[in-house]
Design a protein around this ligand. Structure first.
Ligand code: ADP
Ligand code: MG
Length: 292
């Protein structure tokens, strides 16, 4: 039977907007040593905006038209940011002949018989598309400002880059500070590139950064830490995060996240507020001290 203190703890959590699915989650939360946060949509608002469009041998209107026409087929937050910008500019989107999505890398499509690639360095390397040093420099500069850079090539020739920035949630910094004060090791995990991830992590005060992690590998990273003896909480919102949420000793899902993430989590933060992750750990400590 569930001890009374756990039941009371679950009830208290519910009042605070911390949905605790079973008592064991509270028991495990008390023992946590590491807490890993997904970046986009968890630490950040997940509502990115286009900040820079840099064109090479194509005018901006055409570049945006091509890219947005392809990205309208993608559910990715970065894709939505690009489509939004195109719509604001009154650009009419075209229909694709073929569309293929590469998880954690980008998208490839055919438009008017031409192959168009939109994505990150990993995608470009895989498709053997290189670009000049000046472009690489420009990309790095944008990434050092915490922006995510998307590259576009038409028929294997680079045509331009789009930089996109997301903003931190209001309570992200405070929540991380509190968790560090509680002697928890805090890490960030993301599919985004290392430079962008580090710039954002630095702003938040997170030193441990796992970047360029493919969606299917997030859970493996959790497992690696567990094998080293860490008791791990994973906080995430995306479809990508579901396996990691399930693998973690405590999976904490963001309330406004995708259904699969919410189903995979042991705890759901109904208000999307990361301060409630701190609250969940504090609650577990209170409850467990009453049981012992
Ligand atoms: P995160 O872990 O931050 O949610 P993802 O694993 O979803 O990131 O994506 C990682 C990277 O893959 C993105 O930062 C981007 O470079 C690239 N990418 C993914 N989907 C798209 C897309 N639809 N268009 C362009 N780039 C994409
Ligand atoms: Mg996310």
């Amino acid at each position: 039977a569930t001890p009374t203190a756990v039941t009371v703890g679950i009830g208290r959590g519910a009042e605070l907007g911390i949905l605790i699915k079973q008592g064991e989650a509270l028991e495990r939360s008390e023992k946590l040593t590491t807490i890993i946060f997904d970046k986009t949509g968890t630490l950040t608002k997940g509502k990115p905006e286009v900040t820079n469009i840099i064109t090479l041998s194509a005018d901006e209107h055409t570049l945006l038209e091509w890219i947005a026409s392809i990205e309208k087929n993608s559910e990715h937050p970065l894709a939505k940011a690009i489509v939004k910008r195109a719509k604001e500019k009154g650009i009419k989107l075209k229909e694709m002949e073929k569309f293929e999505s590469f998880s954690g890398k980008g998208v490839v499509a055919k438009l008017k018989g031409k192959e168009i690639l939109i994505g990150n360095r990993m995608l470009f390397a895989e498709k053997h598309i290189s670009f000049p040093k000046e472009i690489e420099k420009k990309i790095e500069e944008l990434e050092e400002h915490g922006k995510t850079v998307i590259l576009c090539a038409i028929e294997k020739e680079i045509k331009g880059i789009i930089a996109i920035a997301d903003t931190l949630k209001e309570t992200t910094k405070e929540a991380i500070k509190e968790l560090k004060n509680m002697k928890l090791k805090v890490a960030m995990i993301t599919g985004d590139n290392i430079r962008t991830a580090q710039a954002i992590a630095q702003e938040i005060g997170i030193k441990r950064v796992l970047a360029e992690i493919l969606p299917q590998d997030k859970a493996k990273e959790v497992k690696k830490l567990q094998e080293k003896g860490e008791i791990v909480a994973f906080v995430g919102d995306g479809i990508n995060d579901a396996p990691a949420l399930a693998q973690a000793d405590v999976g904490i899902a963001i309330g406004s996240g995708t259904d699969v993430a919410i189903e995979s989590g042991d705890i759901v933060l109904i208000k999307d507020d990361l301060i409630d992750a701190v609250g969940a750990v504090q609650l577990s400590k209170k409850v467990m001290s009453r049981i012992k």
